[in-house]
Design a protein around this ligand. Structure first.
Ligand code: PBG
Length: 325
């Protein structure tokens, strides 16, 4: 039955009607906020490449977590900037490194906060690649042992969730076995399953000091044109014991998100990455678009495509905007 019996505009006439029939709702309870942790005390240093984000010492990370809790944001994802780097990422295993310290302090003071940690070597190696090198390439199987040890250090510090973002084959299974052997059977694995070799990570690499010294990450992260291959990656991670799977980046890969949602029943996370954040921030700064409207629209689109968990640098801001609505 078409026009004039059917008039779609009836459904849009007032804000209240539009709210009533809304198919997708944004809620801070699905947000996860990435935090960059450095060593020291009282450090809260603006990150030049990510306007509005900060390098935080563990004590400041605790303050940030308190603030996020008050805004209704239930979880954080911690990245570490170590004091020292070497070819094999030794500092990633330091139980007193910035991330394990921050996890312990957060769990002591705000135990309800869901704390996830990034598991990857690129911030800890002097060459900036995500694993141990053999020649110019990354040695997959040698890297698995280090990633597993790193996951144990974080889990023993109290992390609820470890998030391998390195894209080595078999790392989810290796980490699950390593955790279970230590009795860490409750630690969740948030698997960066479909992680693409994306240009949108640029601002993050400056923020985390993790740009590769030579070459790129195309021999381990996924080739952006491949959607079906992403389903194979997710299926493998599910098989290896992933608890939650992820698509990353988010907005340029909404088709992949949608397809993962259709094919798999696991909780699904989407990472709105640094470049996605920075584009909106820069365009708003230049007066080209409205920061709040663009951020909320992008997050709504990611949720509409099927994400349960939204990992976003806008988490705190979006939570306060939603509260004011
Ligand atoms: C580490 C890692 C990266 C991101 C998350 N974990 C960078 C990369 O793969 O080069 C990117 C996150 C972002 O851009 O916000 N491997």
């Amino acid at each position: 039955m078409g026009y004039p019996i059917t008039r779609m505009r009836r459904l849009r006439r007032t804000a209240e009607i539009r709210t009533l029939i809304r198919e997708t709702r944004l809620d801070p309870s699905s947000f996860m906020k990435p935090l960059f942790v450095v060593s020291g005390e009282g450090v809260r240093r603006p990150i030049p490449s990510l306007d509005g984000q900060f390098h935080l010492s563990p004590d400041e990370a605790v303050r940030e977590v308190r603030r996020l809790r008050e805004l209704g944001v239930p979880s954080v994802l911690l990245f570490g900037l170590p004091e020292t780097k070497d070819p094999v990422g030794t500092s990633a295993l330091d139980p007193d490194g910035p991330v394990p310290l921050a996890v312990r302090r957060i769990k002591e003071t705000v135990p309800e906060m869901v704390v996830a940690t990034d598991i990857c070597l690129c911030e800890y190696t002097d060459h900036g690649h995500c694993g141990i090198l053999r020649g110019e390439g990354v040695d997959n199987d040698r890297t698995l042992d280090v990633l597993s040890s790193m996951a144990i250090v974080h889990a023993e510090s109290g992390a609820d969730m470890v998030g391998p973002s390195d894209m080595m084959d078999g790392r989810v299974g290796a980490i699950r076995r390593a955790l279970d052997e230590r009795g860490l059977t409750d630690t969740l694995i948030l698997a960066y399953s479909a992680k693409f070799a994306s240009a949108f990570y640029g601002p993050f690499r400056e923020a985390a000091g993790s740009a590769p010294a030579f070459g790129d990450r195309r021999s381990y992260q996924m080739d952006p044109p491949n959607g079906r291959e992403a389903m194979r990656e997710v299926a493998l991670d599910v098989d290896e014991g992933a608890d939650i799977v992820m698509v990353k980046p988010a907005m340029p890969y909404l088709d992949v998100l949608r397809e993962v949602r259709a094919q798999f029943d696991l909780p699904l996370a989407a990472y709105q990455v640094s470049g996605e954040y920075a584009m909106i921030a820069a365009a708003a700064q230049a007066g080209l678009l409205d920061r709040r409207a663009a951020a909320l629209e992008s997050l709504t689109a990611i949720r509409r495509a099927g994400a349960d968990i939204l990992i976003t640098y806008f988490a705190d801001e979006a939570a306060s905007w939603l509260r004011a609505l």
